[in-house]
Ligand binder design. Structure first.
Ligand SMILES: NC(=O)c1ccc[n+]([C@@H]2O[C@H](COP(=O)([O-])OP(=O)(O)OC[C@H]3O[C@@H](n4cnc5c(N)ncnc54)[C@H](OP(=O)(O)O)[C@@H]3O)[C@@H](O)[C@H]2O)c1
Length: 218
């Protein structure tokens, strides 16, 4: 941990592959990391989804988190990709959860996870990626609004990390080529370094970091 970064209380939403690795690294840095899983916050795509259910997994006397890391998301391409499901899982659900957590913890810093390709012009998206990237772009636009509104209201920060191809999709039915890279591919260590930077620099808000081997430029 950098000498200037004190141990923090962190809340990590969605301990998939990147999230589980990140939680281990952040704990090794000395941070207190509380994890919320789908069992706590529910299925973003279910009609019964209620972001307030997540609050039940946080005991009342728990210290307020300094930062909340939103890793939960879904990648699907191809004929069985479900646009509604992708929008719920990558935008509507994470936004509703972030807004609920902001009400409860109005000073916490939020870090959202996007995809490097949100930086490309939408009209160049390959058709199979359109629903997924449209959802991630909706999340990116919301993050900028929240950074401005929450910053004014409480000083809360909102930032994002937009990775390139760190790990292949978990479901082989939705696998894709990693694509052209301008540098070595991003790693789990790169994600940890980006999170550490955002945590450590208090004037960063409304930012997106691209650990993406330059893929956001292509
Ligand atoms: N892997 C990469 O190289 C890469 C590249 C670009 C962006 N990203 C972004 O980085 C984040 C983490 O990626 P990852 O590879 O670690 O993902 P992952 O292994 O697929 O984990 C995804 C997480 O999201 C949760 N989730 C998925 N669908 C959900 C739903 N409908 N309702 C509630 N929770 C749901 C999963 O819960 P369950 O475990 O219960 O299914 C899991 O905790 C994601 O937002 C992803 O879009 C990753």
């Amino acid at each position: 941990m950098p000498a200037h970064l004190q141990p923090l209380h962190l809340l990590l939403i969605g301990p998939g592959r990147i999230g589980a690795d990140l939680a281990r690294r952040l704990r090794a840095d000395g941070h207190d990391v509380r994890i919320l899983t789908r069992a706590d916050y529910g299925d973003f795509a279910a009609p019964t989804f209620n972001p307030r259910h997540a609050l039940r997994a946080i005991p009342p006397h728990t210290p307020a988190p300094d930062a909340i890391l939103h890793l939960a998301g879904l990648f699907q391409i191809g004929p069985d990709a479900n646009p509604d499901h992708l929008r719920h899982a990558n935008a509507d659900g994470p936004i509703a959860l972030a807004e609920t957590l902001h009400e409860r913890f109005p000073h916490a810093h939020h870090i959202l996870f996007l995809d490097a390709r949100v930086n490309r012009p939408p009209q160049t998206d390959p058709p199979p990626l359109r629903p997924y990237l449209a959802a991630k772009r909706a999340l990116a636009a919301w993050a900028l609004r929240a950074a401005r509104d929450w910053g004014r209201a409480t000083g809360a920060r909102v930032n994002a990390i937009a990775p390139g191809p760190v790990l292949p999709p978990p479901d082989p039915a939705h696998s894709e080529k990693a694509g052209e890279c301008l540098t070595p591919r991003p790693t789990l260590a790169d994600i940890h370094a980006c999170v550490t930077l955002l945590l450590a620099v208090p004037s960063l808000t409304g930012q997106t970091l691209y650990p993406a081997a330059g893929q956001h430029l292509l």
